[in-house]
Write a protein that binds this ligand. Structure first.
Ligand SMILES: Cc1ncc(COP(=O)(O)O)c(C=O)c1O
Length: 387
């Protein structure tokens, strides 16, 4: 295979010069020879999570029993405050709770209620399935219309959008698009699932109003770790979220007859939080915060450039944007046999990647754990297996 040795040597040089290389040691790696390019689906486990879960079991649950709820109760807001700087928000604008899908449902329905004079929800028909299904279900329940695309916004209540596309990794300019929607009178809900922990996002600077995202991808929170909700501080007093669960109640343990929501981000909470997964989210968020989101983004850009260089040298086709400003954290290689190639990468080359319909091999680059040599190995393997 021409160029393969050269690429492996260039990758080794990049790894030696990588200022974030040592962060991989913060993670528990079972197989150092595995090229793991799926951290954008499920991030690797931070070592500190083991000890913290153990402490939660022994000291807080077994030792503290019900008394531990004193400090568990506000964990979703405390972890939200830790996450906030990673996405450019204020500490009191973020809560970590429930799942991305539940939070999407909650925030889209909340947004619709903020625009009672409008009856259209706009979404990209190529967006992630759960976003589309949730939009369809809300539209059906509330008698609204779903519109494909964002060209016409002047009658739209809510535009539901991903900041980073789950297939192509294309980044949407959230400042420009939020402003365009705002000037048309529409609210925008941003899904940051493929951005949080990878890109500084800059919610406040972008004038973003509402957002959700998950913590188990680039934030390494663990399987099923809770998602987050962001509501801009100037909106929180106006929102009427649809669940009205008791964890959003002002004086929760007064057990009052009617719902009186808290006046802060806590009003987006629903019911009892799962402490094990919340601790996992907290540990992952801590690691990203300590490494620094700007350094993470800088390495993500380098990994992406290198992956594209590999694709070019190996003759692979990619539809991932070339412009650094428009490219998120994964590279897609387009190939008619993508599904079989992904299976063979795992079985024959110890390379884990993702298949996405219809023809995408998705190589996820997580700056804290992905090595340039993983990228070289994966792309060379794709070229060899498909050649
Ligand atoms: C853009 C996007 N939204 C939502 C989700 C997942 O939602 P949930 O965490 O509820 O499964 C994903 C998962 O990959 C995603 O990529």
């Amino acid at each position: 295979m021409p160029n393969a040795d050269e690429l492996v040597a260039i990758a080794a040089e990049h790894d030696r010069n990588d200022p974030l290389a040592a962060w991989r040691d913060e993670f528990y790696v079972v197989d150092p020879d595995l090229a793991y390019l799926d951290g954008n689906s499920l991030g690797m486990p931070p070592k500190r999570t083991f000890g913290r879960v153990d402490r939660l079991m022994r000291d807080e649950w077994a030792g503290g029993l019900i008394r531990s709820w004193e400090h568990w109760l506000d964990m979703p807001q405390r972890v939200g405050a830790q996450l906030a700087p990673l996405i450019g928000a204020q500490p009191d604008e973020v809560a970590v709770h429930d799942s991305t899908t539940v939070n999407l449902y909650q925030i889209i329905r909340t947004a619709v209620r903020l625009r009672p004079d409008r009856s259209v929800i706009a979404i990209d028909p190529g967006d992630f399935p759960t976003d589309r299904y949730v939009v369809d279900s809300i539209a059906a329940a509330d008698g609204l219309t779903v519109r494909a695309g964002f060209e016409q916004l002047d009658d739209v209540a809510v535009a539901v959008r991903s900041m980073i596309d789950y297939r192509s990794a294309e980044i949407t300019d959230i400042a420009a698009e939020t402003a365009r929607a705002r000037s048309a009178g529409a609210l925008t809900v941003w899904d940051l699932s493929h951005a949080a922990g990878l890109h500084p996002v800059g919610l406040n600077a972008a004038g973003a109003q509402l957002a959700v995202g998950c913590t188990y991808k680039f934030l390494n929170g663990g399987p099923g770790a809770p998602a987050f909700t962001y509501v801009a501080s100037d909106l929180i007093g106006d929102v009427d979220e649809p669940f009205h669960g008791w964890f959003a109640q002002t004086d929760q343990f007064a057990m009052g007859p009617t719902f009186d929501p808290r006046d802060d981000i806590g009003r987006m909470r629903i019911g009892t939080p799962g402490m094990f997964s919340l601790i996992g989210a907290q540990c992952g968020i801590e690691v990203s915060a300590e490494a620094g989101i700007d350094a993470i983004r800088a390495k993500s850009i380098e990994l992406g450039r290198f992956a594209l260089e590999c694709c070019d040298m190996l003759g692979l086709t990619t539809s991932t944007p070339r412009d650094d400003e428009r490219r998120g954290g994964h590279i897609c290689v387009n190939h008619p046999d993508a599904r079989q190639l992904v299976a063979r990468l795992a079985a024959e080359r110890n390379v884990l990647a993702d298949f996405r319909e219809p023809n995408v091999i998705r190589l996820g680059c997580s700056p804290l754990t992905t090595r340039f040599s993983d990228v070289a190995r994966a792309t060379v393997a794709v070229a060899e297996l498909s050649g």
